[in-house]
Design a protein around this ligand. Structure first.
Ligand code: NAI
Ligand code: MG
Length: 502
């Protein structure tokens, strides 16, 4: 068992035991073929650790454990209030261990430590606590059809849920999926992203410590095309919830068709942020900077297309560039003054650099940034300077495709009609934002924008109490809020004959 846990010392000096195995049935086990994933520190490209990578056989074992747990009266018949207690306990354990979890998040993902601690981890414990409260409030309905029938619905769990999560908010995405699934009484096989395999394994220990019965939550690391695909097409899994790229979402949808799995997909975006000439300029600049430059631009809802009314375009561009210069400090994510750490992996770093070339080739104007940043430590790491393109046309790749980096295009529009036309000129429909002081215009436009979420005079201030999800090719279904529960229950209808006698 010794190779299933190793002692590590993080760059901030914190020592801890890092599990490295697969978490099945509340036990740590080795992967069946011994294949490993190497976790890399994106700040200096050093190797942090190797963890076990699940094979399809391991997915089978996890599914078996989850199925047994689902049918076991210990979980199946547990009073919902007690289920909520376990979830609440887990939220408290996350809170108590937040410095450790934030440390691992920063080390493995590259996000600034203060952000990991104060935003990501607060969201993780908050989200679990929020759904803990729902565990005993998932009610059915009595439906009146007249005196001859008593009809009611029971909201029952779906069964074994496969959950495939990405690397941009490793623990946050885990909490978004664990919370509603557990509140509704499901069991889970979760696969973390191969780019950020570490923090979730420490969370697994907390799940056991909170007292969840064996098999209720199983956590695997593994490669997407191997373990992810095995989950998506497993006939023993009833539901698949996925967050990641639209291309992979499409693949998962096909795989999930094997047994008509219930699916929730949260995929890509190219979200517009519209600034009208009557907007509070300073607020628009600050929020639009947060909207694309926070989390290294690696946010599915990042407002990556800023549309600005002609009359204020030049003023806005200048103010935005100033804001980037004064706020987007690139550096070591463990340093408290850092706003922007490295991109998560070499692949993402190269993807962003590739789009910088695409922007130039297609004739957009590089207004700032646009290069690799080599001034951190000894010059290694996947850092990119915050990048702004202007003079961008709707047919350019940088206008149409998700970059997923600190990379924004600023486009001008004449009037509201053109703003709307440009905002909706995308295959995506995830986030969107409107800056104006005209409340009539704001609310009217909010209805017309093709997006799952509209921020009026802000950007990215999502909240676990508010539904989150997309339209068009940004996804199917909703996570978070009360709406998040719909994705994890069936409504069973019971008809009781009270007087239709044959
Ligand atoms: P991805 O969508 O391929 O990976 C996300 C998750 O899906 C990971 O756990 C991965 O192992 C799994 N996966 C990959 N291929 C799979 C398959 N065939 N079957 C089942 N599971 C599979 O995204 P990737 O490659 O990490 O990033 C590529 C781009 O995706 C990014 O540049 C960004 O544009 C977008 N993305 C969007 C995210 C979001 O929050 N919506 C998060 C991460 C990436
Ligand atoms: Mg890493």
């Amino acid at each position: 068992m010794s190779d299933l846990s190793i002692e590590l010392t993080a760059p901030n000096g914190r020592k801890y035991q890092q599990p490295t195995g697969l978490f099945i049935n509340n036990e740590w086990v080795a992967s069946s073929k011994g294949n490993k994933i190497t976790s890399i520190n994106p700040t200096d490209e050093s190797e942090i650790a190797q963890v076990h990578a699940a094979e399809p056989e391991d997915v089978d074992k996890a599914v078996e454990a989850a199925r047994a747990a689902f049918n076991n009266p210990t979980w199946r018949d547990m009073a919902p209030t007690e289920r909520g207690d376990l979830m609440y306990k887990l939220s408290q354990l996350v809170e108590q261990n937040k410095e450790l979890l934030a440390t691992i998040e920063t080390w493995d993902n590259g996000k600034p430590y203060q952000v990991a601690l104060n935003e990501d981890l607060a969201e993780v414990s908050g989200c679990l606590k929020y759904y803990a409260g729902y565990a005993d409030k998932v009610h059915g309905q009595v439906i009146d059809t007249g005196p001859n029938k008593l009809a009611y619905t029971i909201r029952e769990p779906l069964g074994v849920c496969g959950q495939i999560i990405p690397w941009n908010y490793p623990l946050g995405m885990a909490a978004w999926k664990l919370g509603p699934a557990l509140a509704c009484g499901n069991t889970i096989v979760m696969k973390a992203a191969e780019q950020t395999p570490l923090s979730i394994l420490v969370l697994a220990n907390l799940i056991k410590e909170a007292g969840f019965p064996p098999g209720v939550v199983n956590i695997l690391n593994g490669y997407g095309r191997v373990a992810g695909a095995a989950i998506a097409q497993h006939v023993g899994i009833d539901k698949i919830a996925f967050t990641g790229s639209t291309a992979t979402g499409r693949e998962i949808m096909k795989q999930a068709s094997v047994n008509l799995k219930n699916i929730t997909l949260e995929t890509g975006g190219k979200s517009p942020l519209i600034v009208f000439e009557d907007a509070d300029m300073e607020q628009a600049v600050r929020w639009s900077h947060i909207g694309i430059m926070s989390n290294m631009g690696q946010i599915c809802t990042a407002t990556s297309r800023i549309l600005v009314q002609e009359s204020i375009y030049d003023t806005f561009v200048e103010a935005f560039k100033k804001q980037v210069t004064s706020t987007s400090k690139v550096g070591d994510p463990f340093s408290d003054s850092t706003f922007q750490g490295p991109q998560v992996t070499k692949a993402q770093y190269e993807k962003v650099l590739g789009y910088i070339e695409a922007g130039k080739e297609d004739g957009a104007t590089l207004a700032m940034g646009g290069e690799a940043y080599k001034n951190v430590g000894d010059g290694k790491g996947f850092f990119v300077t915050p990048t702004v393109f202007t003079n961008v046309k709707s047919n350019m790749r940088v206008f149409r495709e998700e970059v997923f980096g600190p990379f924004v295009v600023i486009v001008s529009f004449k009037d509201e009609a053109e703003a709307l036309e440009k905002a909706n000129d995308t295959t995506y429909g995830l986030g969107s934002a409107i800056f104006t002081k005209d409340i009539v215009r704001a609310h009217k436009l909010a209805r017309k924008i093709e997006a799952g979420m509209v921020w009026i005079n802000s950007s990215q201030d999502s909240d676990f109490r508010i539904p989150f999800g997309g339209v068009k090719q940004s996804g199917i279904g909703r996570e978070l809020g009360e709406a998040g529960l719909d994705a994890y229950t069936n409504k069973k209808s019971v008809h009781v004959n009270l007087g239709t006698w044959l």
